[in-house]
Design a protein around this ligand. Sequence first.
Ligand code: ARG
Length: 570
Amino acid sequence: MTDYAQEIAETIAKTVGMEASQLKQYIEIPKDAKNGDYAFPCFRLAKELKKAPPIIAQELKEKIQLNTEWLEKVEIAGGYLNFYVATDSVTQEVLEEIEKNPQYGSSDRGKGKHIVIDYSAPNIAKPFHIGHLRSTVIGAALYKIYQYLGYEVTGINHLGDYGTQFGKLIEAYRRWGNEYDIDQNPIKELTKMYIRINQLCKEDETVLQACRDNFKKLEDKDAYCVNLWKKFREVSLQEFQKVYDLLGSQFDSWNGEAFYSDKMPEVIEILQKTGKLVESQGAEIIHLEEQGINTPCMIQKANGSTTYATRDLAAILYRARTYDFDKALYVTSYEQVLHFKQVFAVAKLLGLDEKYTNGLEHVPFGMVLLPTGKMSTREGNIVKLEDLLQEAITRAKAIIEEKNPDLPNKEEISKKVGIGAVIFNDLANSRVKDEVFDWNQILNFQGETGPYIQYTYVRTQSVLEKAGAKEIANKEVNPQLLRDDYSQKIVKQLYHFQETLVQVTEKNEPSILSRYLLELAKAFSVFYNENKIMAEEADLRNSRIYLTYAVGKVLHIGANLLGMEMPEKM
Ligand code: ARG
């Protein structure tokens, strides 16, 4: 498809003798269609050309060579130059492209580039909590979108399967193992043991020491400790898998923290050679004040055991060598901002090519709040994720049962709607914002929700079914019949699909796509209410049906990229 912004930038570039790529960045898309499809803010050139913006606008307008094939007119509005793209040519081009390209919006812009995404990463023997759900959902959406744009992507579930908490669990098991049935209800029982041993550690310093020693023994491959660790890991993974099955999550690698246990000595050795590793109360740390970080990074504890940070450093070395990544993203809650600042700062000392250290990026997200406040393990306010997802399905089913009792396959559809609602809710707003989890809101078919997107898609499909036109040929579209505002709002939105996906990857912000889909769905709802799709006149009817088909297709592709499944009926 024609990249109109690019064309405009090139036209202006020829006239003023500047780089088109730079000018393109200045081009804006006016909020109100009255001001054209693209606007060029002439004040951006004021310094360079030493003239006032309105004068620049006037001169540009006179001098630029317009390509009248697709450009209808150019107008001056204050210091802006507004470009109006010829409606019919956009309509024609967009609809043709959607018809012939099953992967509409995809591209090869990422060809030859490798993106590593570290996401989900729940902790063994602890509940898979709602923050991990958010990480899983955001990570998976980014994964799919990067891939759609031609990047090679590796998704890593960096499981929390190592660390002092295992020392504690081993100690608890040694003391009270026979009191708990961890095969039957692993996470619940292990959590109880964990709480109990923590209590004891608080009361008795020697128990805490025993726990730390257990972890050290685990690191030193003590058989008793290793076997227990294996067992805890295995039963926990079985539990997590239930959540992943419901969400449809997949990972290319399950290398968790323990995977790096034999890769940390190298990190420590490299850091020692830099002379920056210093001793502090028996521990080995690195001061980061020079890099603007006041808290030092702990590399090795006083008893010689390693830290979460050291494992992340070993992972960076490993991932750089194994995947030769261009970007490595880490999707976690913003509680870990300091951790990643420290780790990325220390990574600069590992002697890696700058390509890798520059490619490290933390993708933080906000908390999930219940209408009653923060969800937290410590306050006992735990929501078991599997239960939460099941409840979403049950609630979706109740709504469907009420709205459409005769629907076949209610089970399957309820699952798509319930899970889709939870997924969309995680992606609907800017990720750093805290999110309120409110059942009534996320399942509202008329709200800014996943079910609303699905419902709009289903509407497009029922129009097509009624029209008997599942496969419609673009040749029947007459763009002149789609000049009305309602149709044009849709056409323009469809045109911007690929650009939207690119923006998602530039900011690692899937909500840009969620908002896009909401806008598209809303535009379709208005079109549907205002324009009679099944018009008497065949040409008009066909054109409107085709536009409906195009909306359905893009909603489907977009929602799938977010990780939602689309029902055909609901
Ligand atoms: N397991 C950690 C947690 O639950 C998240 C791990 C994130 N990834 C990483 N490479 N540190 O908080």
